[in-house]
Unconditional design. Structure first.
Length: 338
């Protein structure tokens, strides 16, 4: 039987987790000092600006042990941070991990978390440079801080009137996967496409290469989609001082979301959240070229609307329905305290 954290202690656990990282990944050339000292040291690339982001996953709020395997949990805890860095058009460089543990966790389970972290970090050249382990009465809490860098960084505040609005990938699959995991409709878990949607929720794919390409090729604003299209787009609009119109028919949705959730697919797509795709604005004159460039790197961008001027008394965000009607919508994002 596997040992618990309490049995091997904090420093024994650090040794075991560090061994996992050594086994799965090599030392990065620009990391001068990683795990084992008071702090990590890295050498920023010449001429770049650094970005930093942090996210916390709390058991019972962001994940449940009976819904996820440990390796997928490790993947997701890093992926949500790398997605933030992708939304800035930056290259992720290093990350630190903080584990808040009760002590009865199995060491082998925590090693699996680190294998999930390493499997995502390795292809993106991200060093896990340290972190912290603390005791908590519960629940299990996982925090990642990630650092990236770039020559030209994207912000939410650059959208201009006339820009085209685009999203990467498809929307709504993660929210649909969460519905399947919740067991509200157990018969849907037997569908051939159920695992595809569940994987979208448990193992999101941060669009790192796409974010860097968008920064290079002249995107005007960007952010990652974690709180749903109708939650995140208004944040970008407010930061840029503009409004938007989007066409519901152009929002990319997997057929599986339509098929398994025919009554609520649009709510899942527009407000579901945890897509971890990119929301971006593109100059109208360059939009077609940038969409084509995305395909060249194996990504997809879909233009779904246009930035318009913000007029007094007019809604910040308007949806163009399939029949041509214009409908002002109430922005809606996930709020941890509502």
């Amino acid at each position: 039987m596997s040992e618990t954290v309490r049995e091997i202690g904090e420093f024994g656990l650090i040794d075991r987790l560090q061994a996992v990282l050594r086994e799965e990944m090599g030392q990065r050339a620009r990391i001068i000092l990683g795990i084992g000292d008071d702090a990590a040291i890295w050498r920023p690339a010449e001429g770049t600006s650094s970005v930093i982001t942090t996210d916390t996953l709390v058991e019972g709020v962001h994940f449940r042990r009976d819904w996820t395997d440990w390796r997928s949990l490790g993947h997701k805890m890093l992926a949500v941070n790398l997605s933030d860095i992708a939304g800035m058009g930056a290259k992720p460089v290093l990350a630190t991990v903080t584990l808040s543990l009760a002590g009865d966790e199995l060491v082998t389970d925590l090693e699996e978390i680190y294998r999930g972290v390493a499997a995502l970090a390795e292809p993106h050249d991200v060093e896990i440079a340290g972190g912290d382990i603390v005791r908590t009465p519960g629940p299990l809490t996982l925090t990642v801080t990630a650092i990236g860098e770039g020559l030209r960084l994207l912000r939410r505040s650059g959208a201009r009137v006339g820009d085209r609005i685009a999203v990467s990938g498809t929307l709504g699959a993660s929210a649909a996967g969460l519905r399947l995991l919740s067991g509200e409709n157990p018969h849907l878990r037997q569908a051939a496409t159920a695992d595809l949607l569940i994987a979208a929720h448990l193992r999101p794919n941060p669009r790192i290469a796409l974010g860097q390409m968008l920064a290079r090729e002249g995107a005007t604003a960007a952010m990652d989609l974690s709180d749903g299209l109708l939650g995140d787009l208004p944040k970008l609009l407010a930061a840029s001082g503009v409004a938007a119109r989007i066409e519901t028919e152009r929002v990319p949705v997997l057929p599986a979301v339509h098929a398994l959730f025919p009554d609520i697919w649009q709510a899942l797509t527009m407000r579901g959240g945890e897509d971890y795709e990119l929301l971006v604005t593109l100059p109208a004159s360059d939009a077609d070229r940038i969409v084509a460039d995305a395909r060249k790197i194996g990504a997809t961008l879909t233009v779904i609307g246009e930035i318009v001027s913000q007029e007094d008394g007019e809604p910040l965000l308007t949806i163009i329905e399939p029949d041509g009607r214009l409908v002002g919508v109430e922005p809606g994002a996930w709020d941890h305290f509502r």
